[in-house]
Write a protein that binds this ligand. Sequence first.
Ligand SMILES: [Zn+2]
Length: 410
Amino acid sequence: MAGFRFRCTECATPYDENDVRLVCAACADKQEPGGVTRGVLEVELDELPTNWPQAPPSHPDFLTAFLPIPSAEHLPPLPVGGTPLVAAPQLRQALGMPRLWVKDDTRNPSGSTKDRASLLVVAKAREYGYDTVAAASTGNAATALAAVSASAGTRAILFVPANAPEAKLVQMLSYGATVLPIDGNYDDAFELCLAACEEFGWYNRNTALNPFTIEGKKTAGLEIAASLAPEVPDAVLVPVGDGVILAGVAKGFSDLDRSGLIDRVPRLIAVQPEGAAAIVTALTEGRETIRPIPGAQSVADSLTVEAPRNALQCMNVIRASGGSGVAVSDEAILTAIPRLASLSGVFAEPSAAAGLAGLDVALEEGLVERGERVVVLVTGTGLKDVPAAARAVERPGVIAPTLEAVAARV
Ligand SMILES: [Zn+2]
């Protein structure tokens, strides 16, 4: 891999890797407690591959070609990414979209896209000599950090809202992480993690604050492009909480555009729940920044944030792509779980099924045409929140163990 520098996404100041670890020093002065993260840094690689690597996407050779790591030496051994782009003919037929794909990121080791960010963050932590990495999370990022840390032998300290879904809590505990359930919401956990990292000298994986979270998630964009090459999707729908997955997908496509491996970038469409739609509202109203939503509420726990930390960069990359945002109701999100599962075989948690619900709205609003090449990113498995999925299916009554009873039922 060639060298890299950081560049501030707000003021464009460049930084050497050795001079800064998290955000732009100049823009950090503008940071408000609990507000969007100011001075988010983007990785700028000196060189990018001009040919697709021979190795598959989860292989260290592919990762070292595209990621800011000097070698594969510090990469955690757990394979991450390389998830399938599913053609889903039943879903295509139901929607009248012959060129629709589902990017099934439920197949990552801890079951979510967040594994991609954790892989790179833990690799950098090892390279920098940290033995402890901390993160605040609504659940998936913490679980991802726990899984990747377990494979690498790094200590993970996790700040999560005490009401995070049970499966996510059990999962991170099983990976052996130190879990701190916070009597508060995600935004409270974020601030506490920030303070604790400063106090105790831990490496901070907080989303957006750590530039490698965006850079790690770009592999989702790289993989979508690699699967469809030489074609490029017209639009990609991405569920948005803090806006880091969407920014990561955008970074993947923009790196490929720079390298000449693709000749244009897709429109990016952010999908947020109606109860936590700060970014979509700001996009729709044409504002430069978001208004936080105190008491944000949604069945999609991973998307329920009051002040999306990466709002500024997320809105910039959406606008630059010619994309937009759509808001979806909790009811539409819940209904999308069995729809997606029964028409594609992909079982999603509410936050991930939101992408399909968003596609319905994008079609209605004319943001996507049925004939276009469209990808819906499914960011987390339904097994992470079974009680939510249970609300959207009808449970059959018990039958007697007889053929007559079977015949009567089917
Ligand atoms: Zn700056």
